[in-house]
Design a protein around this ligand. Sequence first.
Ligand SMILES: Cc1ncc(COP(=O)(O)O)c(C=O)c1O
Length: 413
Amino acid sequence: MPFSHAESRRARQDFPALSRPTGDPPLAYLDGPAGTQVPRSVLDAMNDYYEQANANTHGRFATSRESDRRMLEVRRKVAAFLGVDSWRRISFGQNMTTLAYSLSRALAREIRPGDEVVITQLDHEANRGPWAALGERGARIREVALTPEGVLDRDDLEAKIGARTRLVAIGWASNALGTVNDVEHARRLASAVGAQLVVDAVHYAPHFPIDGERLDADFLLCSAYKFYGPHVGILCARDGLLDQLEPERLSTQDQEAPYRIETGTLNHAALAGVGAAIDYLASWGEGDDLRSRSVDAMSSIAQWEHSLARRYEAGLRELPGVRIWGPPVARTERRAPTVSITVEGVDSGDVAERLGESGLQVWDGHFYAARAVEVLGLADRGGLVRTGFSLYNDPDEVDRLVAALREIAASAR
Ligand SMILES: Cc1ncc(COP(=O)(O)O)c(C=O)c1O
């Protein structure tokens, strides 16, 4: 099923935040990379959990059994969304960063001096800091270079992964530049030397279908608040791998995967919301089961979002003094609909501030992809101005944004 202007307009009705009274000019939510808005069905699912199933897990009474049933169902839905066969591969946590740190502390027990860990200059700190911390155990941290074009240096990636590599951590899509990395290539390189692969899919998951079985990462991480859900982190581990690790955990908790890395009581209501977010996305697709509806929906949503990013890029190209960073949108479909710019003579914070005054909500700075912004030479210039397109954005918002930027750029000339 195609997802185009009509579908996007209909989708807007599903998001209570989008009809929040805002005065004039209306708000345009162009900050999806920092977290999308939430549809009514997700809010309802969270409420419904509290009304119908609120209990701790594994009790011998009705609401606990209902709670267990719903939590299992959510794991199944996430497994379908991520394209993996078993719900036992799906663990939850507070957010992606917290899960990555738990994993890193577990992996630290196996690191020996001289082992190498590969991270990239493009990644969000959440996919760098936890792995760089393995340096405290004697690991040598190797950083794959980012080119001025905003893509990872392929030769450098190949050179940095070698016989001593134990772990390769790479983002699937950049939350700063929209670059989609060739994680399949990283998978092949890591496999060839027996290293484990961690893929940060936080920015990829809201925009593209994921085939986790095909990718075959050892660990894949994402975060539901980026794909229309509540704040929940998700870890998808290779079958059986979590059981071989020693994450910090209580002796009294469930010791098997996927529970093994889940400390304390999870936010059950939020998890109910995660399942509803996946159902919501899948409702825009066709197919016989959740997996096929979800793949169909994500593929057509990707095209809609890409068309908005292309329109934005084309508008920007007409503006003197505006520089677009990252790979050109028009050149490839394999690019997230996240476009970052700088405006000559205006600090990025001021650009975002002025856009905000016009109801155009975009982010500025480094968005925790601080190393990338530093490497691009923008760290002391206020970083980037980032716009991210989500399924509910529309061409009018793109045009408003371009018009506002035209004025800002002209005022500095
Ligand atoms: C690409 C990327 N990775 C990781 C994270 C961290 O996710 P979380 O907020 O769930 O810890 C973010 C959040 O912005 C992100 O954009």
